[in-house]
Design a protein around this ligand. Structure first.
Ligand code: AMP
Length: 429
């Protein structure tokens, strides 16, 4: 047989890798609790139709899709929002709003593997259903910001924009929705000239001018950005409303004293077609890929047959956050308590060793038993190398006194201790 490897773009997680992932997952889950998001889970496989309904071309072409044995077209989920929206329509349609749901899930995209881009990756998610109001958008941005802070990032940027602005400009110029979607995809990729080429036969000279200048608005001086936007959009009423919506979100954040490192960048979009309002991405210096992304999607629930239900949310990319934390050395060496190896001195004492180990586990100590039958000297040397803190040596003589020998492996000291009090000795040490 050949020696098998993981498929391209897929990864095994060794203990230290998984520990890092879990640390971020745990932080995300702690935010679920703090902000009232209830965790849900959905199947890894969904129907193609659901996943492609509003995904956007970028993702549509990168799906792991196949007919199942019942000849249904299915795919591994490339993202979670469609599944969560389906879940809401199927189960929580009439539950009181707002509804806050969270998840931590793996997703699959047939991306070209590179740093921070894998074919199986993990996303956390916060989705808030049932509010069109800017404070809901502000909440999502605060959560995205808090996640970065709690993980220890000091230098990061949250780039915000509003999909409604360009859409409304193009709509007023009579550009159909499909072409708008294509235009937004070009914007997502930063391909502004392609965007202009796509629409220039349908739109006015003014529209092209305004669009070009809009794409140029990129600054952390949010007031200046909003003022420039207002001037540019004075003849585009609906687009102006979208800009003012972005302004309201930013005002609320300012009043909340959240102190989020925002930059307005009106030349940025998001690849997913379902966005309708504010969109954002989180970046750190020296890593040109978004660590988190999200925004408002007010029509997705309706698309899947639910009542009109506005929604806003975000999906932190766990793998990329791991990468950024490694680069910035933000993972701290975990301080663990005692790690104990129980060593029976003779074969006949194996049962006794298991009994002592079980007593320690009941007290919450990480305890392993020597199971390879090696002698004391070898077992102790293994324990020292493998970073155990203590060995508990179970011998006949000590057992007759209800005792065992507890050896501190760092100090190379040992004492005889009553079995019932080993835990006190470990705690003291
Ligand atoms: P999206 O669903 O495209 O908005 O992505 C949400 C987040 O998931 C992004 O901000 C990334 O951090 C992460 N992400 C998306 N695609 C990948 C990928 N191929 N590999 C790793 N992380 C990804």
């Amino acid at each position: 047989m050949p020696r098998f490897q993981t498929l391209r773009g897929m990864r095994d997680f060794l203990p230290e890798d998984l520990q890092k992932r879990r640390q971020i997952e745990n932080t995300i889950r702690s935010l679920f609790k703090l902000y009232g998001y209830e965790e849900i889970a959905t199947p890894i496989i969904e129907s193609m139709q659901l996943l492609t309904a509003k995904a956007g071309d970028e993702i549509r072409h990168r799906m792991y899709s196949f007919p199942d044995l019942g000849k249904r077209e299915v795919a591994l989920r490339p993202e979670m929002t469609a599944s969560v929206a389906r879940l809401v329509v199927n189960h929580l349609r009439y539950s009181p709003k707002p509804l806050r749901l969270g998840y931590v899930s793996n997703c699959f995209r047939y991306d070209e593997p590179q740093q921070g881009r894998y074919r199986e990756f993990w996303q956390g998610g916060f989705e808030l259903f049932g509010s069109t109001r800017p404070e809901a958008d502000a909440e999502t941005l605060i959560i995205a910001d808090q996640l970065m802070r709690i993980l220890g990032f000091q230098n990061y940027e949250i780039k915000v924009s509003h999909i409604g602005i360009l859409r409304a400009v193009l709509e007023q110029e009579g550009v159909d929705e499909r072409t708008q979607n294509e235009a937004l995809l070009f914007m997502d990729r930063g391909e502004y000239e392609n965007l202009i080429a796509l629409v220039q036969d349908y739109v006015s000279e003014e529209c092209i001018n305004v669009s070009r200048q809009l794409f140029d608005i990129r600054t952390d001086d949010v007031n200046k950005a909003l003022d420039r936007g207002r001037k540019l959009l004075q003849n585009y009423e609906k687009a102006l409303q979208s800009l003012e919506n972005l302004g309201s979100i930013i005002n609320i954040l300012r009043d909340s004293e959240a102190d989020i490192p925002l930059t307005i960048n009106l030349g940025f979009g998001r690849g997913l077609e379902y966005y309708t309002g504010m969109v954002f991405e989180v970046f750190v210096p020296d890593l040109g890929i978004a660590l988190n992304g999200g925004g408002r999607y007010d029509r997705l629930i309706e698309v899947f047959g639910g009542e009109p239900t506005p929604a806003v949310g975000c999906a932190p990319g766990i793998d990329r956050i791991v990468l950024a934390m490694e680069k910035k050395r933000l993972f701290k060496e975990e301080t663990r308590g005692p790690k104990v190896l129980v060593i029976p001195l003779e074969d006949e004492l194996q049962g006794q060793a298991l009994r002592v180990a079980e007593k320690l586990r009941k007290k919450g100590f990480r305890t392993e038993v020597e199971v390879t039958g090696r002698g004391l000297k070898k077992a102790l040397s293994f324990a020292s190398n493998a970073k155990y803190t203590h060995a508990v040596i179970v011998g006949l003589r000590e057992l007759s006194r209800d005792s065992a020998t507890v050896r501190n492996l760092a100090r190379n000291e040992q004492t005889e201790v009553k079995i019932d009090t080993i835990q006190d000795q470990l705690e003291r040490d």
